[in-house]
Design a protein around this ligand. Structure first.
Ligand code: NAD
Length: 243
């Protein structure tokens, strides 16, 4: 069993990944911007008999990320599983995207991924064992209207996944991405009912995914059953994108 760090795990997909990894027997460091949200996930893990701790940090803040990983290492040991999940959604026509929002999307999704990986990778390489799972989005594969900034950042995450996988896989660290379709979380619940009804109707599966179903994909990717998965982008997307 390993020590896992899941970012943005105070809500939605991240919380479900943290719960699943804990149920699998891993020790889980639950990160979120909000300490309260991280603690709520930790309480659920404890209630289910798992081992976890809450760590508040903004993944786009270099100092906060370094301090967080140092603290996790003191408390439990260096993370052997890193799930880069923290993120947020934002929609705007290209001409309406403000530079500050463009920068923020890239800061959290791309720089955050880079900083957390940078903080965790050296110990994984030293040990010759580790797993990095990056939560991208199918929008990073196919794009989306009013999503140039978000889809661009998620495409960057897929490119980073492939490049790092090429670099470190022979040293025992497997790097993969998950590109979910619509998943029932606060991020998607905030979208209009009209959009959700229309989107559900066009999905081959006819329904959105649940956060727990993404937890299952991450659980598989960090298991020995996924030994041959290197630099892949798995698509739990209700059939919306078939590559
Ligand atoms: P969510 O809003 O339910 O949860 C995201 C969590 O990340 C929140 O608790 C938030 O506080 C945290 N967070 C945001 N910025 C952070 C930061 N800078 N540092 C640390 N934590 C931060 O959203 P979700 O739907 O669970 O999304 C999780 C990930 O999955 C995101 O990367 C999102 O882009 C991706 N995703 C979601 C969907 C979907 O349909 N819900 C689909 C594809 C990809």
């Amino acid at each position: 069993m390993m020590i896992a760090l899941v970012t943005g795990a105070g809500s939605g997909i991240g919380a479900a990944i943290a719960l699943r990894l804990a149920a699998d027997g891993h020790t889980v460091a639950v990160n979120d911007l909000s300490l309260e949200a991280a603690k709520a996930t930790v309480e659920k893990i404890h209630a289910a008999g798992g081992v976890a701790g809450a760590y508040a940090a903004d993944v786009s803040d270099e100092v906060a990320v370094t301090e967080m990983v140092d603290l996790i290492t003191e408390d439990f040991g260096a993370p052997e599983i890193l799930v880069n999940n923290a993120g947020f959604g934002h929609q705007a026509r290209f001409t309406e995207i403000e530079p500050a929002m463009f920068d923020k999307i890239f800061a959290v999704h791309v720089r955050g991924n880079y900083l957390c990986t940078r903080a965790c990778l050296p110990a994984m390489l030293e040990k010759g064992q580790g797993h990095i799972v990056n939560i991208a989005s199918q929008l990073g594969q196919i794009g989306g209207v009013e999503l140039v900034h978000y889809a661009g950042a998620k495409a960057a995450v897929i490119g980073m996944t492939k490049s790092l996988a090429r670099e470190v896989s022979t040293q025992g660290v497997r790097v993969n991405a998950v590109a979910p379709g619509p998943i029932n979380t606060p991020l998607v619940e905030a979208l209009s009912e009209e959009w959700k009804t229309a989107k559900r109707a066009e999905l081959p599966l006819g329904r959105f995914g649940s956060p727990a179903e993404i937890g299952g994909v991450v659980s598989f990717l960090v298991s020995d059953d996924a030994a041959l998965f290197v630099g892949q982008t798995l698509g739990p997307n209700s059939g919306d994108v078939m590559l």
